[in-house]
Design a protein around this ligand. Structure first.
Ligand SMILES: NC(=O)c1ccc[n+]([C@@H]2O[C@H](COP(=O)([O-])OP(=O)(O)OC[C@H]3O[C@@H](n4cnc5c(N)ncnc54)[C@H](O)[C@@H]3O)[C@@H](O)[C@H]2O)c1
Length: 324
């Protein structure tokens, strides 16, 4: 039985907009808080199409918007907190800006939540909290040391400590989901998993894709609908836990590139290789068995199927307008 609304910060973004659709389908009223810095109302078009009654959009910044007044008025039972500065490189250029959105902004969300009687906050954190992991320790488990090597990873890690303290001090429940490289329809190119969007756009436009480094670096690509499912399950399960949300499978950037050409069909074009980003993590994959135990969750979409859906989406929505 669905009772109180769910408030989603960053709900007009890539992951958020898919999550909002899922919540509305399940019968929830959803309040979206977003400043539209990287998200857009266009992302919420499908959610709106499901009937206007379930969706309430609030253009608000989590750092200086009056979240408390909003939560007091709307009385959400749970808050899913996705709004963030999501660009790793930007965090290295502007660590104060990153901290302001990702730490101070998160603290504002937690403060407003506990003052207005929200029962649970579900937080999106990143594999960047772990930093570089020795190959023998892959896929990385949640209990391994956290050594973030970007300010983005550091700010996402700091919020975990706040979540624990808010739970211990004020009884505000939480679940933190450590997302691997999420990909799927509507993804922008700047976010962590943006390489899929970058390749898809290059392939559709008939251009060579560019790869930073030699392409042997690996990532754990998890499909957005699977990620949404983990957030959805966290509404009722996983209290007090940090859980990896991933496939546990390493895929190299070169393999991804070839696989995307195979799926798209058409003439293969070699990528252009350029200098690697200094300090870039070479191998990454996360062990998601804990999410299996506590959320009964596992990634059910294969990379092949997920990539097919990405191309189907471009075919249906973007190709005609942007790529002629
Ligand atoms: N995409 C991935 O691969 C990935 C991996 C790990 C973690 N995450 C996390 O998942 C969450 C969602 O990421 P995404 O990929 O959907 O990115 P996104 O940029 O599409 O979504 C972020 C949303 O937050 C909004 N926002 C940013 N700053 C805000 C502010 N100050 N106030 C209000 N709204 C603000 C943006 O407008 C956007 O709609 C983020 O917290 C991100 O760190 C994403």
């Amino acid at each position: 039985m669905v009772s109180s609304p769910v408030l989603v910060t960053g709900g007009a973004g890539f992951i958020g907009s898919h999550l909002v659709e899922r919540l509305i389908d399940a019968g929830y009223e959803v309040d979206v808080v977003d400043n539209l810095s990287t998200g857009s109302l266009a992302n919420l078009r499908t959610a709106r199409g499901k009937g206007d009654r379930g969706l309430h959009f609030h253009k608000l910044d989590i750092v200086d918007g009056d979240l408390e007044a909003l939560m007091m008025r709307r009385q959400p039972g749970a808050v899913i907190h996705l709004a963030a500065q999501v660009n790793v490189r930007e965090s290295m250029l502007d660590p104060v800006g990153d901290l302001t959105t990702n730490v101070v902004g998160s603290l504002r969300v937690l403060e407003a939540a506990r003052r207005t009687g929200v029962s649970k906050v579900i937080f999106a954190t990143s594999a960047g909290i772990y930093g570089a992991i020795a190959p023998k320790d892959l896929p990385v488990r949640e209990d391994m040391p956290h050594n973030p090597d970007s300010f983005y990873g550091l700010s996402k890690d700091a919020v975990l400590a706040y979540l624990r303290l808010f739970r211990a001090s004020f009884d505000l429940e939480y679940t933190a989901l450590v997302l691997a490289n999420v990909y799927g329809p509507r993804q922008g190119m700047l976010a962590e998993g943006g390489v899929v969007a970058k390749f898809a756009q290059a392939i559709i436009a008939g251009e060579q894709a560019s790869i930073l480094g030699d392409g042997s670096q690996t990532r754990d690509f998890v499909y957005v609908e699977d990620v949404v499912d983990a957030f959805y399950r966290s509404l009722e399960q996983g209290g007090g836990l940090t859980l990896n949300i991933a496939t546990g499978i390493e895929t190299s950037i070169n393999t991804l590139h070839k696989e995307m050409y195979r799926i798209a069909g058409g003439e293969y074009r070699q990528p252009i290789y350029s200098q690697a980003i200094p300090g870039e993590i070479l191998r990454s994959s996360l062990d998601a068995r804990r999410a299996g135990w506590y959320l009964r969750w596992h990634a059910s979409t294969t990379l092949e199927r997920g990539l097919e859906r990405v191309f189907e989406w471009y075919e249906a929505t973007v190709t005609r307008t942007s790529f002629g």
